[in-house]
Structures are given as structure tokens and as C-alpha cells.
Design a protein around this ligand. Structure first.
Ligand code: GAP
Length: 546
């Protein structure tokens, strides 16, 4: 589950503007709003050519390091990992057994006036960030709670910013409540303010118990009610209760349901892991912060099956190795942290487990706090047991451990990451303002993740340079994502590649015609050196791999 925790320290991440990053993503074709020509659809995002390569590189790096070439476990043995690709729509009983039908819900309130939904746990933060609250608090803090001041605010700014706030709709009644509420109060100003805003919300406070104003328009919110986040659909032509199905809200359940198939067909033995990448869907009440909280997103999940008595060591192993992995692909430094969950935060499947932690990144919109990139959870035997019981076979479905000659439901350590959140973190981390460059910014991706590994520029479109450039391009593209660019001035071509985050540019110029060398320009240092044409592929292999 997502958390945006606070951390008091601050680093340059706090100075990067999310607006600038979003603008670059749009301008250069990393990420666009889905259905943009129709005004977009909230919570859905499309990846353009550069974004597609970037996200693909992230997923491929994960697949390579987790499934194809996993390392060694805590005991020094090679990890045993296999992949899976299950469907997005499962049998509806899966979601009953997993607890999602009953419990995968947020508490939400609806505004009786503007009908917008607000998550109960986000009400305070959203209200404090709202224009109307900030404007009202400015006035109160500079001029106090004087009725005339509040009346004036209500009739002007309040009318524009929060037309449905009780103070705006019915100032005199609301003000009499307010007077009683804070009369003679010797509490600190912050408490007075928070009490005041509740009273300002509605003139019917005592009668209705309604305490919370809508962060969008100030109107009255309904009591919080659970709202299930799963998207519902129907399978087949008849749209009735019998045929209801759900788009999966996590890829994990496809893995649990196939555990027995994998054991029967793949010669795996506990401890082993099943990994899956794929789309997940959640009808988030307030999708926000660019792709951070979307309604359609991709997950990269591992369910690692272990002996129940080995949960602690495997939990620590996965926590530390997943943290190290994010570091290895460029999220090193102060912007990455591990955060152990408090007991109250634990999800239903993890209550008694060895632990749950989040690997968090300091996004510009969470700074100085952090937002979750990946969760690592000990799910115990919750899911395997739940499915075994729900399908009616119960203990008969316990795993048989040949070495120990005993049957049990394996426990599970689950490192569950978001591919879109990972991509967003890579974009934020790469964004490097640099006034010395014509583009004013460059994207400092780790070469392994860079969407374009190298660009090839003929200096001019004549004298045989385009032909040499094309030959080099045809050679390099067999192994790497490279581009050839023949148009515009060389400065503009460099600027484009700086914004794409291309680590190396090779320029074919008049010297190439004389001595077969090209200029290599390094993205990060702007240093240039000359390299023989025959050495270019070896140079890239050395720098990037492949
Ligand atoms: N199987 C466990 C599970 O799904 P989760 O913490 O709800 O756990 C795992 O999700 C990861 O999926 C998160 O760490 C995050 O990276 C990503 N994720 C979850 N909800 C998301 C959303 N609405 N938009 C984008 N990514 C999301």
C-alpha cells in the first residue's frame, strides 16, 4: 500500500520542479496523458517513443536480474527463479479468497454539492493544500478571527474559491458557531485554526455531525464509506451478477493460483520464486502526482516461497537486495531510503509476519518526504492457504518437502514494485538542470536505462559523411538502441540528445574522411575525444555492456 512519509532532511531533489519534469516528458515524448486529443482521462497515461524505451529497459533489467540471472541467496546457493504471465481477468472467486472483495477498499467521502470524492485519509492534506483554505488562513493569520474580516473574505475570495463553504453560503449563522467554538480559547493558534475550519465547514454542525468541508468547493462531505478499488466488468454477453469479473488490482494472485502448476511442471523446490510483470488496475479515488498514482499501471512482482521457519533471513535478504538493485540502476544517494512499516500500517496478509518495509524515493512532489517505489512483505502462508481452502481441497494442497519429508504451506516473501513508479523515479533522478547547455537541462540516466544509448551525427549532409554515418548506424543498431540524426545544426542535435538522456554522441566530420576517426561527446561531462571508427562498437560495449 502506498505511503508518502515525511523525512526532515532535504537534498537537491527538493529543488527540482515537477512541472518542469512533466513539461520535458511531454515535449520530448516520454509520457503523455492518455486520450489527450479528447482532453485526457484522469489517472491514465501513455508512453511516447522515449518513455516506452525507458520503461522497457527498466522491466528488462528487472527480468534479467531477477529471472534470467538471479544472484545467490543468504545461504550462498544460487537463487531458483521462474517467470509467469497470467491473465488480467481471473475467476471472481480468486478475489473472494484473497480478501480483495471484502477488504480492498479506501474510505471515501462524497461532496454533497460538487459530487467529487475525497479519500478520508487524505482529507486533511488535500484541504490544507486547497486554494480556499490557504486564502482563508492567510486572512485569519494576518487579521485574526474578527467577524468583519471573515464576512469580507466570504463575500469576495470565498465566493470564488469555495462557493459551497458554509461560511460563504450562510456567513452569519456560521460565524455565531465559530464565535462559540473559539471564544476564550487559550489553545495554540494551530489548534484554533483546525477547530475553526471544522466549524466553518457547516452551520449545521451540532445537528448533523458533519465535520469536514470538501477540499474542492467547501461543500459538505458525506460520512466516509468503503469504496472498493477494483474495476468491475462482465464476462460474456449477459451483464448480470453471475457474470461479474474484475480487472486484477495486483499481479500477485495470478502467481499464487499457479503455484501448484509451477511446482508440478518445473522441478522447482522450496525455496524458489515466481516472478511476473504486468498490468494492474485500481480505480483510485484521487489519482495524482503524474503517473505516481494511476488507475492503470504495471507491476513487477516476485513471490518467493520459503520454509516457514526461514522467514526472517529471507525477508532481510530480499529487503536488502531489492534496495541494492534500485541503487544499481541509478537511484543511489539521499533520494532512496528503506522504511520499516509500523504495526498499524500492516496489510491484512502481513499482520504476524517477519516484517514489511517500503523502498522509497524522494519525488519532487513528496519532498522532503518520500513515496513508495516497492514494498517488501512477509505474507506468511495467507494466500496459498486461502486459495487451497476456497477451492475446497484445503490441507491436501500443502507442499511436500522431500528433503524434510513433511508437508506445509510455504511462507511467502513478496517484493512488489511498480514499473511506472520506477520509471517516474528514474525520470526525476535523471533531470539535471544545467544553465551551461542550450537545452538548460540534461537527463542523466544510468547508461543501462537510457532510452537511446548513442546518437550518430554526420556533421554536414554531403562529402560522403551521411553514408559513413548510416553504415555505423546499421552496425550499432544490431546491438543497441541508437539513432541517426542528420538534420539541424550540431548544437541543436546535441541539445535534443541531452534532453533524451543519450550518454554518447558520435559525430562524423571532415577528419573522419581523412583518418577514419569520429568525435565522441560524453553527455555528463561534455568532454570530447576522438575514436577510430573500428573502435566505436567496442567502446559502447565497454561503457554500456552488450
Ligand atoms: N501485491 C502487493 C501489492 O500490490 P502494493 O503496495 O499495493 O502491493 C505494489 O503495490 C507496488 O505497485 C507499489 O509499490 C507501487 O510501486 C505500485 N503501485 C501501487 N498502486 C499504484 C498506483 N495506483 N499507480 C502506480 N503504481 C502503483
Amino acid at each position: 500500500m502506498t505511503s508518502e512519509s515525511a523525512n526532515p532532511s532535504s537534498t537537491p531533489a527538493a529543488t527540482r520542479s515537477m512541472d518542469d519534469i512533466v513539461a520535458l516528458c511531454r515535449r520530448r515524448g516520454f509520457i503523455w496523458q492518455s486520450s489527450e486529443i479528447y482532453g485526457g482521462i484522469n489517472g491514465f497515461w501513455d508512453y511516447g517513443p522515449l518513455g516506452t524505451e525507458l520503461k522497457r529497459n527498466l522491466k528488462e533489467a528487472w527480468w534479467h536480474d531477477i529471472v534470467r540471472c538471479p544472484g545467490r541467496g543468504p545461504d550462498g546457493e544460487l537463487l531458483s527463479m521462474v517467470g509467469l504471465d497470467s491473465t488480467i481477468i481471473h475467476h471472481p472467486k480468486v478475489w473472494d479468497a484473497s480478501g480483495h472483495l471484502a477488504g480492498f477498499a479506501d474510505l471515501i467521502c462524497m461532496c454533497k454539492h460538487c459530487k467529487k470524492m475525497t479519500r478520508a485519509d487524505q482529507w486533511l492534506a488535500m484541504t490544507q493544500l486547497s486554494d480556499w483554505f490557504q486564502s482563508l488562513m492567510d486572512v485569519v493569520q494576518t487579521r485574526g478571527f474578527a467577524p468583519a474580516t471573515l464576512m469580507e473574505w466570504a463575500s469576495r475570495k470565498g465566493k470564488a474559491l469555495a462557493p459551497n463553504l458554509a461560511l460563504v453560503r450562510n456567513p452569519s449563522v456560521t460565524l455565531s458557531w465559530l464565535r462559540d467554538a473559539i471564544a476564550g480559547s487559550d489553545r495554540p493558534i494551530e489548534m484554533q485554526l483546525s477547530e475553526a475550519v471544522r466549524y466553518l465547514a457547516t452551520e449545521q454542525l451540532a445537528a448533523t455531525g458533519l465535520l469536514y468541508p470538501c477540499p474542492h468547493c467547501g461543500g459538505e462531505l458525506t460520512e466516509p464509506k468503503p469504496f472498493n478499488l477494483m474495476f468491475q466488468t462482465y464476462v460474456g454477453a449477459v451483464q448480470d451478477d453471475e457474470n461479474v469479473a474484475y480487472l486484477r488490482p495486483e499481479t500477485a494472485q495470478g502467481i499464487f493460483c499457479n503455484f501448484w502448476n509451477v511446482v508440478d511442471t518445473s522441478r522447482v523446490k522450496v525455496p524458489f520464486g515466481i516472478a511476473q510483470q504486468g498490468k494492474a488496475f485500481r480505480n483510485e479515488v484521487t489519482p495524482r502526482n503524474f503517473t505516481f498514482r494511476s488507475r492503470e499501471f504495471e507491476q513487477m512482482e516476485i513471490e518467493f516461497f520459503i520454509r516457514p521457519d526461514q522467514a526472517n533471513e529471507w525477508y532481510r535478504f530480499w529487503r536488502d537486495s531489492r534496495y541494492a538493485w534500485w541503487k544499481s540502476i541509478g537511484l543511489a544517494g539521499d533520494n532512496l531510503q528503506l522504511r520499516q512499516h509500523e504495526k498499524e500500517e500492516l496489510a491484512h496478509y502481513a499482520k504476524e509476519g517477519a516484517g514489511v518495509c517500503d523502498i522509497e524515493y524522494r519525488f519532487p512532489f513528496t519532498a522532503p518526504g518520500f513515496g513508495e517505489l516497492e514494498g517488501v512483505a512477509h505474507r506468511a502462508d495467507f494466500d496459498l492457504k486461502a486459495h487451497a481452502n476456497a477451492c475446497g481441497k484445503g490441507d491436501k494442497m500443502r507442499y511436500f518437502d522431500q528433503e524434510r519429508n513433511e508437508r506445509y504451506f510455504p511462507h511467502v516473501i513478496e517484493p512488489s514494485a511498480g514499473a511506472d513508479r520506477g520509471t517516474l523515479a528514474l525520470l526525476c533522478e535523471a533531470y539535471t538542470p544545467d544553465g551551461a547547455r542550450p537545452s538548460g537541462v540534461f537527463m542523466k540516466f544510468h547508461p543501462r536505462l537510457a532510452p537511446i544509448k548513442a546518437a550518430i551525427f554526420p556533421l554536414v549532409n554531403k562529402d560522403g559523411m551521411p553514408e559513413i554515418a548510416e553504415k555505423l548506424y546499421m552496425q550499432l543498431r544490431e546491438k543497441w538502441a541508437v539513432q541517426i540524426d542528420v538534420k539541424q545544426t550540431i548544437g541543436k542535435r546535441y541539445a535534443r540528445m541531452d534532453e533524451a538522456g543519450t550518454p554518447y554522441c558520435f559525430t562524423i566530420d571532415s577528419d573522419t574522411l581523412q583518418n577514419q576517426t569520429v568525435t565522441v561527446r560524453h553527455r555528463d561531462t561534455l568532454q570530447q575525444e576522438r575514436l577510430h571508427l573500428d573502435r566505436v562498437a567496442a567502446f559502447l560495449a565497454e561503457k554500456i555492456g552488450g
